[in-house]
Design a protein around this ligand. Structure first.
Ligand SMILES: Cc1cc2nc3c(=O)[nH]c(=O)nc-3n(C[C@H](O)[C@H](O)[C@H](O)COP(=O)(O)OP(=O)(O)OC[C@H]3O[C@@H](n4cnc5c(N)ncnc54)[C@H](O)[C@@H]3O)c2cc1C
Length: 417
């Protein structure tokens, strides 16, 4: 058996583990959090990522947890309605595109991998010592072990990336904004509706998805490129409070709710850009390698597709990292770059710079239902997303690794072609 250590049990990590196990590898996931992290916003799954989900037999699970959002309402500082929009159009979704709470997606993927994948929660890789035939791994808590391959699926601020490529290889490209997300107790009077309040340099949203017990708040704001700690929640909450001080609408009430929010997420809008994703027996997948930022709407889909392409390339290469990693990068890089490019375009519509821009956008939204070219205007928004999301021809699933006692993985519930 080829032993593979995956750092990170978010989205790319479990998808990778699922496919590696299916192909006859022995994956272990080490996740820094003490349990699967269920926080976050609603995320889209579309295009090639849906094909991967189909091949895993998980489409119905995803469909059952669709957010089923119906309406986006833009409101002024007094809560008065400025404009409305169909929520699917607002999210750039069409056809089969799915929207799901990130936490639900993590739960579905974790449950799909719980059999046959070793999970180590509450730990992190502390050091990597590659040698000829494997990688010695020191953990922060667990005893040291040796693995054949190590894969960083540990998100935008990847530890594996730092350990394997060095701290000086700081590839994060800031888009100059931060996003914060947290639950707000109660319904907030909402049912599958999102309220948006837009002021220059800042956007605040609050929404409640189908059947959710609580609403969720999203704060998006311009901020300098400076790195912030992705662990110190107290400092993150202070940053948010400062950024939205003196704002109207329901902002004070939402910030009040934030103080007690245990499930709080804040990060910069940044993209990972690396000249190469692999070194020796170590590679990166998902946000760690090519995080596109939430502004792209494609982070989860890229993680899912990248994990499948990587696992399949490794299986086709018989576990040889040199061949498998090179093939993964050759297939995946153009797709990742096309999807990263969506973010720069999208961010301009998510946070507006001036009161005049906001007035113009609201006017356009109010006029849109009455304009003759409405359908083609909508297509101008969705078409680049659709093209990017489908911009890869997925390899067929690989045969099981013949040499490594793969028989025990046959019988998982996917419909293998
Ligand atoms: C809590 C959370 C909320 C998010 N919310 C949103 C959102 O609302 N909208 C959006 O577009 N994107 C969000 N993202 C990012 C989005 O989920 C990713 O773009 C996408 O899912 C890519 O998946 P990934 O598996 O590569 O990375 P992630 O989903 O970020 O998963 C990385 C995983 O690695 C773990 N990890 C980090 N460091 C270590 C370490 N040293 N050792 C072990 N494990 C480690 C993390 O705890 C996490 O579980 C969120 C990410 C997180 C972690």
């Amino acid at each position: 058996m080829i032993d593979v250590l995956i750092s990170g049990g978010g989205i790319a990590g479990p998808v990778l583990a699922w496919w590696l196990r299916r192909y006859g590898f022995r994956p272990t996931i080490v996740e820094r959090a003490p349990a699967p992290r269920h926080g976050g916003y609603k995320v889209d799954i579309r295009g090639a990522a849906l094909q991967v989900i189909d091949r895993m037999g998980l489409r119905e699970h995803i469909r059952c947890h669709d957010t089923d959002m119906r309406l986006t309402r833009f409101v002024d500082a007094d809560g008065g309605q400025l404009a409305t929009m169909d929520a699917r159009v607002f999210g750039g979704r069409e056809g089969d595109d799915a929207e799901i709470m990130r936490g639900d997606l993590v739960r579905i993927l974790t449950e799909a991998t719980v059999d046959g994948v070793e999970y180590i929660f509450g730990d992190s890789i502390a050091a990597l010592a590659p040698h000829g035939s494997g990688v010695g791994v020191t953990f922060e808590r667990s005893s040291p072990r040796t693995f054949d391959l190590v894969i960083g699926a540990d998100g935008l601020h990847s530890t594996v990336r730092r350990l394997a490529f060095g701290p000086e290889a700081s590839p994060l490209r800031s888009l100059g904004h931060h996003i914060a997300i947290f639950p707000v107790p109660g319904h907030f009077g909402l049912d599958r509706t999102e309220l948006m309040h837009v002021t220059p340099g800042r956007t605040v949203g609050v929404y409640r998805t189908a059947g959710a017990p609580d609403a969720r708040a999203m704060f998006l704001f311009r901020s300098p490129a400076g790195e912030h700690s992705d662990r110190d929640v107290t400092a993150q909450k202070a940053l948010l409070t400062e950024a939205f001080a003196g704002q109207g609408w329901q902002v004070p009430r939402l910030l009040e709710a934030m103080r007690d929010a245990a499930d709080f997420y804040l990060d910069s809008f940044s993209q990972a850009r690396l000249p190469r994703w692999s070194t020796g027996r170590v590679t990166l997948v998902g946000d760690a390698a090519y995080g596109p930022s939430p502004a792209s709407g494609q982070g989860s889909s890229l993680g899912i597709v990248g994990a499948y392409v990587l696992a399949t390339a490794l299986a086709e290469a018989g576990g040889d990292p040199e061949v498998g990693f090179a093939d993964y990068e050759r297939r995946m890089r153009p797709f990742a770059e096309t999807n990263q490019a969506l973010a720069d375009r999208n961010i301009k519509g998510m946070v507006l710079g001036s009161a005049a821009q906001i007035r113009f956008q609201m006017l356009m939204l109010r006029l849109m239902p009455h304009l003759p070219g409405r359908e083609s205007m909508i297509r101008r928004v969705t078409e680049p997303i659709r093209r990017a999301a489908n911009g890869i021809t997925l390899p067929e699933p690989a045969p099981l690794l013949a040499l490594h006692g793969a028989a025990d993985v046959v019988g998982q519930d996917a419909d293998r072609p």
